[in-house]
Design a protein around this ligand. Structure first.
Ligand SMILES: [Zn+2]
Length: 442
C-alpha cells in the first residue's frame, strides 16, 4: 500500500493494535501502524516504526487508530455561554438569553472561546468541524493558530449583527474572509444564512448566489422546531424546506442542520437535490425540538453527518457522546433495538461527515493518499475491556477522554493527552476571566 513518497519524507508513525479505517476493514494485529509523510497518509501496515526509524513515533500497545471525528454543525465560540441558560424552549433561550448577550460579543471573546472549544474538540477526538458564528475572522484565526481543520462561516440575518452591523457590511466581511483563506489547506469559508425565520427570501437568495459564485458550502439551520414550521407556514404558506426549494437554495452545496421536522416528501426532495444533513441529536433533545428522522433520511439516500451544535445547547462537544446518543435515540423512538447501528453512526461521524462537507476524497477514513487526520484511543481501560467488537466499543463505551494522540493534516496536535499547538492552561485562565464578563452582561 505505498504511494509516491520518499522514504525520508515519513516523519510520523502511529502504531497500535487495532485499526478502524471506516472505508475498509477493522484490523487487529500487534504493531499495526500508519506512516505519515507531509500532510498525508503514506503507508498502512505492520511495524512501520522499524521501517522508518527517523520518524516520530506515537505508539500505544493497546491503541486503536481511526480517522478523526468530523463535527458537521457547531458554533464553537458559544462555549462561552455553556450552562448560562438551560432548560428553556429554543425561542426563549435564543431571544431572551443568547441574542442579547451575542449583541455584546467582542472579537476577543470569540477568539478565546473558539480556542477553548478547539481544546475540547482535540481532547475528545474531533479533527475537523463545521462552524457557524459571528466575528468569524477571529474564529478562523483561532482554528489556524491551533492547526485545526475547519469550515467557517459568518452568520447572516435580517437584523444588524454585533460584528458587521448592517447586512451590506456582512457581505463585504465575508468576501474578505474568502480572500484571506483562498489558499488555505485547513480553513474553508462557507456562506451561512442563519435560518428561514431570521433571513428574508431576498437575503437567502443573495447568500445562495454568493455560495454558488464561490463554489462554497451553504450552511443553514433547517426545520429545527415545530415553531419554525408554523411560523414559515404563516409567513410563506409552506414548510421551511419547501420555502428553500422555491427560492432555489436546495442543492449539493447545502448543509442543513437539524432537519427535525421533515415529512416524507421533503426527505425525498433533499435526497434528489443532494442536500446534506447535520444530525444533532443532543441539541434537539436538550431544546426538546424533537427527533430528526435520521433513519428515514439515510434510507432515502440523504447523506448525513453528526454534529454537536453549540455547547450552549448540548452542553459539550464530545462526538463520542454524540455518537452514543445518536445510536440510542432512534432505538427508543422506534422501540427497535436494530435501529441506527453502531456501524451506521460511526460512519456518519467520520466518512459521512466528510461527505457532508464535500471532503470525502481528503478526510473521513484511514487510507493511503488521504490527509492524515488521525486519532488513537487507549483501550486498556476498565470500561473498554475486553474487546469483542471495536466498532461497538467506540460508539457505546468509549469517551472523548479515551483519545490519547491526535493528528491533523499530518501535524501532531495532541500527544499523550497534552495539546501541542495550544497552551491549554492559558486558554482556560483566559476563559475564566471572560466568563466573569459574560455573567455580568445584562
Ligand atoms: Zn446550530
Amino acid at each position: 500500500m505505498e504511494k509516491d513518497f520518499m522514504h525520508n519524507e515519513v516523519r510520523l508513525v502511529l502504531a497500535g493494535r487495532w485499526l478502524v479505517s471506516i472505508d475498509g476493514e477493522v484490523r487487529e494485529e500487534t504493531g499495526i501502524s500508519v506512516a505519515v509523510a507531509g500532510d498525508s497518509i503514506a503507508e498502512i501496515g505492520p511495524d512501520l516504526a522499524a521501517k522508518y526509524p527517523q520518524a516520530e513515533l506515537l505508539a500505544c500497545p493497546h491503541g486503536l487508530i481511526m480517522p478523526g471525528l468530523v463535527n458537521v454543525h457547531t458554533h464553537a465560540a458559544m462555549s462561552c455561554f455553556r450552562g448560562l441558560a438551560d432548560d428553556l424552549p429554543l425561542m426563549d433561550w435564543l431571544t431572551q438569553h443568547i441574542f442579547p448577550r451575542e449583541a455584546q460579543l467582542t472579537k476577543e471573546i470569540v477568539y478565546h472561546a473558539t480556542l477553548l472549544s478547539i481544546c475540547e474538540m482535540i481532547k475528545s477526538g474531533t479533527t475537523s468541524y463545521n462552524d457557524m458564528y459571528l466575528f468569524t475572522k477571529e474564529a478562523a484565526r483561532a482554528a489556524a493558530d491551533a492547526g485545526m481543520r475547519a469550515w467557517i462561516g459568518e452568520a447572516f440575518f435580517d437584523f444588524p449583527s454585533p460584528n458587521y452591523g448592517e447586512l451590506e457590511n456582512g457581505f463585504a466581511y465575508v468576501e474578505e474572509l474568502f480572500s484571506a483563506y483562498e489558499d488555505s489547506d485547513l480553513i474553508k469559508i462557507t456562506v451561512n444564512p442563519h435560518a428561514v425565520y431570521t433571513c428574508s427570501p431576498t437575503l437567502l437568495q443573495r447568500a445562495a448566489a454568493l455560495a454558488e459564485r464561490k463554489n462554497a458550502l451553504l450552511h443553514i439551520h433547517l426545520a429545527e422546531t415545530r415553531d419554525e414550521v408554523q411560523g414559515c407556514a404563516e409567513k410563506y404558506g409552506c414548510t421551511p424546506a419547501r420555502h428553500l426549494e422555491r427560492l432555489g437554495l436546495l442543492n449539493e452545496r447545502t448543509v442543513a442542520a437539524h432537519c427535525v421536522m421533515l415529512d416524507d416528501e421533503e426527505i425525498a426532495l433533499l435526497a434528489r437535490r443532494g442536500v446534506k444533513v447535520a444530525h444533532c441529536p443532543e441539541s434537539n433533545m436538550k431544546l426538546a425540538s424533537g427527533i430528526a428522522p435520521a433513519q428515514k433520511m439515510l434510507g432515502g439516500g440523504v447523506t448525513i453527518g453528526i454534529g454537536t451544535d453549540g455547547s450552549a445547547s448540548n452542553n459539550d462537544l464530545d462526538m463520542f457522546g454524540e455518537m452514543s446518543t445518536a445510536a440510542k435515540l432512534h432505538k427508543v423512538r422506534d422501540l427497535d433495538p436494530t435501529a441506527m447501528s453502531a456501524e451506521t453512526v460511526l460512519r456518519a461521524a467520520t466518512l459521512g461527515g466528510a461527505e457532508v462537507l464535500g471532503a470525502a476524497d481528503k478526510i473521513g477514513s484511514v487510507a493511503v493518499g488521504k490527509k492524515a487526520d488521525l486519532i488513537m484511543l487507549n483501550l486498556r481501560q476498565p470500561h473498554l475491556c475486553p474487546l469483542h467488537n471495536p466498532v461497538s466499543q467506540l460508539v457505546y463505551a468509549a469517551k472523548g477522554s479515551d483519545v490519547i494522540h491526535s493528528v491533523v493534516n499530518g501535524r501532531v496536535v495532541m500527544r499523550d493527552r497534552r495539546l501541542t499547538t495550544l497552551n491549554e492552561a492559558a486558554v482556560l485562565a483566559e476563559m475564566e476571566r471572560i466568563g466573569e464578563t459574560i455573567r455580568h452582561m445584562s
